[in-house]
Ligand binder design. Structure first.
Ligand SMILES: [Fe+2]
Ligand SMILES: [Fe+2]
Length: 285
């Protein structure tokens, strides 16, 4: 595809939940991504149980197929087995940039990423009051928000892109059971995003959420959970694709380009996930 040097194409997906038996499961999708985009965002829940063995399967599929930079955050599932350090090393050795309050820059676009945390939204957000364990819970979200703020502040690029696993706004978790909204994200994550000139925000975690929303300041928020994309855009491969112009005003924002492309559905892309993701409701995604 002929593209000027001032255009960066960003592909995004999350919650691919790679399992021990996922060998090759998303290679058709990864191949389409690598043909279409300049950088790939993976917004957490890369693995199903946070096992090093699962990360090895994913690492092998990525290194075989994906020839563009991959920038990622971890999700709650990646923490499940207490093997985070090993998991990060396996994926880093495969060239994946795992952001945990870190930044990554490519071709004039800066990425700031954190896992984020939960606690709820708006007036329903849990406050740091009462028992120490409640304060500790709330402080986790506050700490993630501070890490995000610090990462955003370090970026000097025209565009700042934020990557989280948990949702920073309520809009994009709509569709899930309201009872579990507090476990799907936190408004505390929205605060730093509003203080910086962020072009777009990507997250996952809410498998039954809504694909698009916006912060109170109008910053576009995309829930790119694989399961959401499959449900909302059944005629397209399960990733979002955006283009960013880096030599014009950042106020141009990101442009979803999948909508005006013809996506021929490949037989290999039919209904697949790395495995059929175990939808975790009512437990968090
Ligand atoms: Fe999750
Ligand atoms: Fe998930």
């Amino acid at each position: 595809m002929a593209m000027g040097p001032d255009v960066v194409r960003i592909a995004a997906v999350s919650d691919i939940h790679y399992a021990k038996d996922s060998h090759g499961a998303l290679q058709p999708l990864f191949a389409q991504i690598t043909e279409s985009a300049d950088v790939l965002i993976l917004a957490g829940d890369l693995t199903d149980y946070g096992l090093a063995e699962e990360a090895k399967v994913l690492a092998r599929d990525l290194t075989t197929t994906v020839k563009i930079p991959v920038v990622a955050v971890l999700g709650n599932h990646d923490y499940e087995s207490g093997q985070v350090a090993e998991l990060v090393k396996i994926l880093a050795d495969a060239g994946v940039r795992i952001l945990d309050g870190d930044t990554f820059e490519t071709r004039g676009v800066g990425f700031a990423g954190v896992r984020g945390f939960c606690g709820g939204f708006g007036r329903g957000a849990l406050g740091a009051w009462g028992e120490p364990i409640i304060k500790q819970f709330v402080h986790e979200a506050v700490n993630e928000a501070l890490k995000l703020e610090s990462a955003l502040a370090r970026l000097r690029t025209d565009h700042r892109i934020a990557i989280l696993h948990y949702a920073p706004i309520r809009d994009t978790v709509e569709g899930e059971s309201p009872e579990i909204f507090p476990f799907l994200g936190s408004s505390r994550l929205e605060e730093p995003l509003s203080r910086f000139d962020v072009t777009a925000i990507f997250h996952g975690h809410a498998h039954k959420g809504k694909p698009e929303g916006a912060t109170s300041k109008g910053i576009p928020v995309y829930n790119v959970a694989y399961q959401v994309l499959k449900a909302c855009y059944p005629d397209r491969p399960a990733f979002r694709l955006f283009e960013l112009r880096t030599t014009v005003s950042h106020t141009d924002g990101v442009t979803p380009i999948a909508d005006r492309r013809h996506w021929g559905r490949r037989s290999t892309d039919r209904g697949s996930a790395a495995q059929q993701p175990q939808e975790e409701n009512p437990s968090p995604s």
